[in-house]
Design a protein around this ligand. Sequence first.
Ligand code: ZN
Length: 236
Amino acid sequence: MIKKYSLKNNGNTYISQHFQVKEFASPDSDDIYIDDKTISFLEKLFEYIPEISYIIVSSGYRTPGYSISIGGYSNDYHTKGMAVDFCAFNKNNQPIGWKIITTTCQSLGINGIGKIDDNYVHIDSREYSTRWWGDEQSGAIIGNWFDYSGLTTKYEKGWTKDEKGFYYSPDGITYYKNCWVVINKHWYYFNKEGYAVDGLQKIDGKYYFFAIKGKWICSCMRTDENGILKEWIVEE
Ligand SMILES: [Zn+2]
């Protein structure tokens, strides 16, 4: 839903975990229009690309007059409050870059995606029927951002071990974190950093025991109704 805000009255209000109303203001207007859906896309990027530390919005809402003054259109998606141009940075203040952002946006089902330059990307909350994926520099229309960027996968699919533990990527693009997942008939719990926990753990007020067995496979135990610790296997 597109909502109207006032820069003066709501500028410092957080509209989501990471964004304040003022970040989406048009420089010539107190009125700011923002679509919830656009904001939720930005928040999903934080979720799906764990190395994002912060996102800088270069342009959100634009009045028709402002849009024309910077070479845009009087009726584009920015003027409706549905679009945002932004750059995502990691914790070392390095841009994440258009390749990871656009491919992730495609995976999230976003219908308006534009590559502005190597670091900045445009997204909007348009409907599928008007889908537009394009390179604003070259004018190319993009059919698949993975093909266009040459990016195939970011992580090894499946289990990977590093010095901190085991993590799991289901698709090569992201990895599990902060969740329970069944893999190969066993329950696993991934912590907020994305590592599978082991040993005795208290999760949501209950105790679980995760036993590392062999090189890759750890399984989850939980106590049954008699208080006896049993392997927690998912039946087929
Ligand atoms: Zn834009």
